[in-house]
Design a protein around this ligand. Structure first.
Ligand SMILES: Cc1cc2nc3c(=O)[nH]c(=O)nc-3n(C[C@H](O)[C@H](O)[C@H](O)COP(=O)(O)OP(=O)(O)OC[C@H]3O[C@@H](n4cnc5c(N)ncnc54)[C@H](O)[C@@H]3O)c2cc1C
Length: 545
């Protein structure tokens, strides 16, 4: 019967209120509705509201988080933690879900000497960056923007963005975590904080690294318990803190010494790839991400009318018909800046590309590039501007540069061209992909966003989704970021991730992402799913203890 629970039992709500205070637990229908809709991703695809939780809670510390987990277990309910709730996996994914909104847990501790910060779930990437810049440090802000939680990005979600090139992905910056296990009894420390008094300097040890197990490929999406603290690696910042005056939406950034921005584009994917390999290998840029002309239109326009006039005039489509990369250079001195700029100029020239100083794009475009390169400010404006809703077509790859541009992107391009021509999705230009590269290497990620206006008779994107999946499988590129297991041997990875989730949550307290999480290489929510070979699980358990 527990599976059919649509309303929280009165006793359970009473216990939650007694534990958290009257104002911090609610089953009010109005409150539940607020926690049931997300206009990105799922909402864009279906136009429907997400599953409704049966209660919403606001714990304020680790003990309260554990108490909520215990109450969930006692009454056969499921818990779904969320930090800033920017993505739909933060909402209920099944019935009988109690949302744990962690916004009251927003602490930030900075250790300047050892170059790290310890954050709670609702400390956002932007807040962390503002504070540490005052102390000569900087940190990666992933492409979701400064509003997203650093802890969620490091432990439970993706974590990539333009500054991944110089400051890595969020999960690679994770220096240890505090995790409340789903039973609500135990608190597990992974990484160096697992050794008493060692501090938060290493996410891997002592002993075998458990970071991969914690995340799977792109995060466990709330299926392993509740992360309540996380150490985040910081990097040097050589300049005064980033400062903006003026008024929204473009503000005026105070120019920074030894800091420059360039935009580059190439006539075809071959030359684009050649240049990207060389730019990466030579460790030349700090921010390195691709913004399509559609993203410029979406981010630079302030009204829908202005957006449509930009589409009509083709102002950005004519300038960057093959998309454009944004590069930032944050150097420690003028000599370094000059050397890096000259090297990029030579590479772009050798590979037949064009390099533009972003100040030549005009005030608004320069401001949005500047603020995005430092604080990830405008990508979400681009995502929501024209229709209020967005989604990405598969395949969405984490892959080598060649795979991204020669396999993944042509599939996306063909799908978008056709659907735009049939007016089934909005015309945001077929090559509007967002991409970034990692750690000055050969690896990166690409995603092909699109917009729909589902109230328009012809618009629908399902055929594009299906076609993207089929083409991705055929060409062996990841469908949703992580490699697709094909064949018995290759499925081992996903199976192990599912088993780890089961090991941590045998009672199925957490509301994970279900089967989709396994294809994404995330941990599946235990959720009482049957796992046959418990023996193998026991072996893992033994190896870990
Ligand atoms: C417009 C837009 C653009 C995006 N672009 C990017 C991008 O470029 N790169 C990128 O990496 N991601 C991107 N995302 C995806 C996502 O929002 C990010 O990965 C984000 O950093 C996650 O942080 P959050 O605060 O939004 O997490 P939430 O939405 O709060 O949670 C994300 C998941 O983690 C789980 N979770 C959250 N907190 C905890 C916790 N304390 N303990 C256990 N589980 C928890 C939730 O249950 C949920 O499944 C984008 C999303 C949007 C809407």
């Amino acid at each position: 019967m527990a599976n059919l629970m649509r309303q929280i039992p009165g006793e359970a709500l009473k216990e939650l209120k007694e534990t958290l205070g009257d104002m911090n637990a609610s089953a009010d229908p109005g409150v539940l509705q607020v926690y049931s809709f997300m206009n990105s991703m799922g909402g864009a695809l279906t136009g429907v509201w997400w599953a409704s939780p049966i209660a919403v809670t606001l714990p304020s510390n680790t003990d309260e988080v554990r108490a909520v987990l215990r109450i969930c277990k006692k009454y056969g309910m499921r818990a779904k933690p969320h930090s800033s709730a920017w993505i739909m996996s933060a909402l209920a994914n099944s019935s009988r879900v109690v949302i744990m909104d962690l916004r009251r847990m927003d602490d930030l501790e900075i250790n300047v000497r050892d170059g790290y910060a310890v954050v709670e779930p609702y400390c956002t990437a932007g807040e962390q960056q503002v504070e540490i810049m005052k102390l000569g440090l900087n940190s990666h802000v992933n492409g979701a923007g400064p509003n997203a939680s650093n802890l969620a990005s490091a432990t439970s979600m993706q974590g990539s963005g333009g500054t991944s090139q110089s400051m890595s992905n969020s999960e690679r910056n994770c220096l240890g975590v505090e995790l409340c296990l789903p039973n609500g009894e135990e608190v597990l420390y992974l990484g160096s904080p697992g050794t008493p008094n060692a501090g938060w300097f290493c996410g891997d040890g002592p002993g075998p690294s458990l970071r991969g197990m914690m995340r799977g490929a792109i995060g466990n999406a709330g299926s392993q318990g509740v992360y309540t603290r996380c150490g985040m690696k910081c990097y040097p910042w050589y300049m005064p803190p980033f400062d903006c005056g003026g008024s929204p939406p473009f503000f005026d950034v105070t120019p920074l010494p030894n800091y420059e921005l360039r935009t580059a584009f190439w006539p075809d994917y071959d030359s684009e790839c050649d240049a990207l390999y060389r730019i990466s290998e030579n460790e030349l840029t700090d921010y390195c991400a691709r913004l399509g002309p559609g993203a410029y239109e979406e981010a630079a326009s302030t009204t829908n009318e202005e957006y449509l006039s930009m589409v009509e005039s083709g102002i950005y489509r004519n300038t960057f018909p093959k998309g454009a990369w944004t590069f930032s250079f944050a150097a420690s001195c003028s000599e370094e800046l000059e050397c890096r700029l000259k090297t990029v100029e030579k590479i772009v020239d050798d590979t037949g590309g064009i390099l533009i100083d972003t100040t030549d794009l005009g005030h608004d475009a320069h401001q949005l590039v500047f603020q995005t390169a430092i604080r990830g400010c405008y990508i979400f404006k681009a995502a929501f501007m024209p229709t209020g809703s967005w989604m990405c077509f598969p395949p969405m790859s984490y892959e080598t540069i060649d795979n991204l541009w020669k396999i993944n992107q042509p599939i996306n391009e063909e799908i978008k061209k056709e659907l735009i021509a049939r007016e089934q999705i909005s015309d945001d230009y077929f090559d509007n992909v967002y991409a970034s590269l990692d750690e000055h290497g050969h690896f990166g990620h690409v995603e092909s966003p699109y917009h729909t206006e589902l109230w328009e008779e012809k618009e629908q994107s399902m055929s594009g989704m299906i076609r993207g999946v089929m083409e991705g499988l055929k060409h062996h590129v990841p469908i949703l970021y992580s490699p697709q297991p094909q064949g018995e041997d290759l499925a081992v990875y996903s199976a192990l991730i599912a088993k780890v989730a089961y090991l941590l949550d045998p009672d199925g307290v957490m509301d994970g992402m279900g089967i989709s999480s396994m294809t994404m290489g995330m941990g599946s929510g235990g959720g009482g799913r049957s796992i046959d070979d418990i023996d193998e699980l026991e072996e893992i358990k033994e190896a870990l203890t």
